[in-house]
Structure formats: C-alpha cells, structure tokens
Design a protein around this ligand. Structure first.
Ligand code: BDR
Ligand code: CA
Length: 320
C-alpha cells in the first residue's frame, strides 16, 4: 500500500510529573503515534495539580486542542500517597510555565476511556498508563466490555531486580493503588511493563541535558525539569543522572527493538505488611503461573536518548 502508515492511537493516563511531561512530549512529537487524549489521575501530586500540569504540557507542545480529562482524585480504596519530595510542590517544578488557557475537556477521564474504547474499532486503541492505575481500573470495572477492545497496555510501574523506590519493596505507581494495578494485571489485555529495572538504566547524562538546553523553548523546559528531579536521584542513589521512567513506554511503542525483556507472570501484592504494591514478577519462571506481561529488563540507553533528542528537536522546530 502507498502513503503514510496509519498512526497508532493511544491514550496516555498520567499524573505529571516531569518524566510524564517528557513522555507526553515524545508522543506528541512522533508521527507514528496519534494521541487521542490525556486522562489525568492523582499520583505524584494531587489531581488539581496534575490536571493543570497536563494542560500546561499540551500548550507548551503547541497542542491546546488535545482533550485533557480530569479523572480519579484518590486510589480505589486507599488514601492518596504523593511524591512532592521527588517532583516538587506542583509536580512539575523546575521551570515556570504560563497558567494554561485551554480548559479541561468536559467529562470524567473514566468516561472518556470508556467512550473512546467503545467508539474506536476494537483492537485499535493502546493505553499508556504512567501513573497510578486508578482511572484504568475504574473504567475496566465499570465497563468490562471495553477490556477486549484494548489493543494493548504499555505501563510504567513495578520492579523486580530493583525492588522498590517508594518503599523497600514497591515502586510508586503500583504502591499508590495496588488494587487498581491488580485489576489491570488480571484483565487479560496484552500488557507490557516498564519497571524500575529498565527505567533506572535510562539515566540522563550531562551532555544530553545540555543538548536539550541548547534547543528551543521545549528542549529548555525538558532540561530544567530533568535538572530538578535529578537532584533527588543523585542524593538517593548517587547516580549520575535522572531516570526517565515514563518516556520508556512511548519509546517502546516507537522502537521496541531498543528493549529486551521476558514474557512472564506478574502478580501484585495487595496484602503484605511490608510488601504492599510489590510486583511479584516470576522472572525465573518458577511459579507455574500463566504469563500475563512482557516485563522489560534492559534498554539501549544511547539510542533511547538519541530518539528523544531527535523528536523533541522536531517538536521545538515545529512549534518554533
Ligand atoms: C514513577 O513514579 C513517578 O514518580 C514517575 O512519574 C513515574 O511514573 C516512577 O516510580
Ligand atoms: Ca508518572
């Protein structure tokens, strides 16, 4: 056939977050992807911040037309845990952006998810959750008919070799709403998981950040955000740079050949006294449980950062 291949339709479910912002920008910069909208959830910071941040990111990208729907403001059955110690008071500290002029799209994010999946062709919409899984789980619970219509889910969350970041045994997105993560893991929808094991290998370098800073407005914002949350990881892990967790999901959709992982069984701990929100990943295939997720372990970091440089650069030139 001739002409442009059809872009993959995605919905990004997000709690921005500086690394969420970079993921959203990468998706909006990429012609292989059509972002149908953003469904916003409480996570890194409360919803009143994350929904505002999502609109600021769209405006920065020159996309005030993109539907941004506010969703759940608290986990299914727990109190919200936030991460201002990582992301700052607003969740997007590091650069001051103008107050967004674009309004929120009408309708709750959960209704947006349900209506979009019912409207679009079955198997044609990919979900990209990069925050706690509350919106997705609520949609699946309320409208089980949409689950088989999902093309696939590519989420950032969990850890196996790296174990945890918000507790000794759990990664933030899963720990905040483990019941929601369990619903998503058990849904039967094709699932790819980007755990800390891979995202801690996607560490920014000084040269990359300075390359971003030398670009236009968008590159400069990315550089400042990265600098802001790098200080946390530097103090905690003594690591060289900041892990770009959430952009791994979009990079996987663009260039899966940059990643390696295993198709294994993953279960979510919702009971453990010390292990709440742990992703029990059967990496060594010892449980006999049926595989339900492609669990990613490694990334070609140089190629990953080259991709970000190229695409963010394109976006900056376009929005001139
Ligand atoms: C995840 O939690 C948030 O801090 C980041 O945005 C990412 O989605 C990493 O554990
Ligand atoms: Ca996030």
């Amino acid at each position: 056939s001739e002409g442009q291949p059809i872009a993959r339709k995605i919905i990004i479910d997000t709690d921005p977050g500086q690394d969420d912002a970079v993921a959203i920008l990468l998706a909006l910069a990429s012609p292989e992807i059509e972002v149908l909208g953003l469904s916003v959830v409480a996570g890194n910071v409360p919803l009143h911040h994350t929904q505002r941040n999502a609109r600021m990111i769209c405006e920065l990208a020159g996309r005030p037309d993109l539907p941004v729907h506010a969703g759940c403001d608290a986990p299914l059955q727990r109190k919200l845990i936030t991460a201002e110690h990582v992301h700052g008071k607003t969740g997007l500290d590091g650069v001051t952006l103008p107050e967004p002029a674009m309004p929120l799209a009408p309708g709750h994010a959960v209704d947006f998810l349900i209506e979009t999946l019912r409207r679009e062709k079955p198997g044609s919409v990919t979900l990209v959750p990069i925050g706690p899984l509350t919106n997705i789980a609520t949609a699946f619970r309320r409208a089980p008919d949409i689950v088989p219509r999902v093309q696939e889910i590519v989420l950032m969350g969990g850890a196996y070799f790296e174990v945890g970041n918000i507790t000794p045994t759990a990664e933030f997105n899963i720990h905040v709403d483990p019941e929601a993560a369990k619903i998503v893991c058990a849904s039967g929808a094709p699932l790819t998981v980007m755990p800390l094991d891979v995202t801690h290998r996607a560490l920014t370098s000084r040269a990359w950040v300075e390359g971003m800073r030398a670009m236009g407005r968008i590159g400069q914002a990315v550089a400042s955000w990265t600098d802001f949350f790098e200080r946390y990881d530097r103090e905690k892990y003594g690591s060289q740079g900041a892990p770009l967790h959430d952009p791994c999901t979009i990079a996987w959709l663009l260039k899966p050949e940059l990643f390696t992982g295993r198709y294994i069984n993953v279960e979510i701990e919702t009971q453990g006294e010390y292990t709440l929100g742990m992703t029990v990943a059967d990496w060594w295939r010892v449980s006999g449980r049926t595989p339900n997720a492609t669990f990613i372990r490694d990334v070609d970091a140089d190629a990953f950062f080259a991709l970000l440089t190229e695409r963010i650069g394109d976006l900056d030139r376009r929005s001139g």
